[in-house]
Design a protein around this ligand. Structure first.
Ligand code: GCU
Length: 342
């Protein structure tokens, strides 16, 4: 399967490289093909959101554009897909902010453990498009811009061994995303951080190269990690959003009317994704528990928070670029304190 995926990916890349050289990315019917890459399966909320994006763009600009969606890391892992979007080989990619850190270090803020104090504060921050649009411009120099966000839930540790408290992470090799802040976060918990792309995690756990990983509940089912890692801690150390990024040259080349269509398509895709998310997490939890035999640990989240209490300040000290956004998020946190979950 892995080889097939690699071959498909290679063929697509060769094909796209050819198209870039000839300056042509249209099909026989003369339409400009819009390519979107993402890392998830075809049942994942993000894929469903992107289907809405496709539908809206084609409904409004269908005589000119055809949208093609490439799921399952078909065009490569997040880093590769971002690079393809940067050069314009493809037009859009969905990637988590951890993968954007190397392009704009303001995104490190989302890797801070326990940054948001409630789900409500997280959603309110991300849905404040006016504020976030300034953050989204931070990758302009790198040649791409964020159009919208997607909920990726909260991340917890899971492993082949039970994790009841941070001490249980000591010495465990835990896969993290390929970002400096994610590595620092896992190490701060006492784990041995092992960065690799999402698609490599299943085999790495299966072969004992790593002891576990950290992610939302959908990773257990959609990515089948629950087959090889039977203990999910539920310590909720991060809420890291995924972002729909678009090639800046492409976006700047659109007429104002066209841009409006793409922006509305992005907004609608988020609406669909958010609607799907909670339901799918609930379903995934049930399937992981009942069908895959995953144990959901009932941990004391506060103990995990205490274990990394210094990390936020250390990150603020080493990266002044995150200060404003961090302060903004603290204000939003304060607004929701005592109103929702903790
Ligand atoms: C989640 C998230 C992805 C991310 C992945 C990972 O699935 O939605 O954007 O790439 O975790 O841990 O790599």
């Amino acid at each position: 399967m892995k080889h097939v995926k690699k071959l498909v990916s290679l063929l697509l890349c060769l094909c796209m490289a050819g198209m870039m050289l000839t300056g042509c990315s249209s099909v026989g019917n003369g339409k400009r093909i819009i390519r979107i890459a993402h890392m998830q399966s075809e049942t994942h909320p993000e894929h469903l959101g992107l289907l809405k994006f496709k539908e809206y763009v084609e409904e409004n600009l269908g005589d000119k554009y055809e949208v093609q969606i490439y799921p399952n890391e078909l065009l490569g892992g997040a880093q590769k897909a971002i690079e393809l979007t940067q050069t314009g080989a493809i037009d859009f990619t969905v990637a988590g902010t951890a993968n954007l850190e190397t392009f704009a270090d303001i995104y490190e803020v989302f890797s801070m453990p326990y940054l948001f104090t409630s789900e409500e504060a997280y959603h309110a921050t991300m849905q404040d498009t006016e504020y976030m649009n300034n953050v989204y411009k931070s990758t302009d120099e790198a040649g791409f811009r964020v159009l919208t966000w997607y909920n990726a839930g909260s991340r917890s540790f899971y492993a082949t061994k039970p994790i009841n408290e941070p001490a249980d992470l000591k010495g465990l090799k835990i896969r993290v995303q390929q970002s400096p802040a994610s590595i620092a976060m896992a190490n701060a918990f006492g784990a041995a951080a092992s960065p690799m792309s999402f698609g490599e995690v299943y085999t790495a756990i299966q072969q004992g190269v790593i002891d576990g990983a950290e992610n939302n509940e959908l990773a257990l089912t959609n990515n089948k990690h629950g087959e090889v890692a039977k203990y999910y801690a539920g310590n909720k150390h991060q809420m890291i959003p995924d972002m729909l990024i678009g090639n800046l040259k492409f976006l700047n080349g659109l007429s104002p009317e066209e841009l409006e269509v793409f922006e509305e398509a992005a907004r609608l895709s988020t609406e669909v994704e958010l609607e799907e998310w909670d339901e799918q997490v609930q379903e995934a939890t049930e399937i992981a528990k009942n069908d895959m035999g995953v144990t959901f640990m009932d941990v004391d989240v506060q103990v995990f928070k205490d274990a990394v209490a210094d990390v936020q300040q250390n990150m603020l000290d080493s990266n002044p670029d995150i200060a404003d956004l961090y302060e903004h998020i603290q204000e939003v946190n304060a607004q929701y304190e005592g109103k929702g979950d903790d």
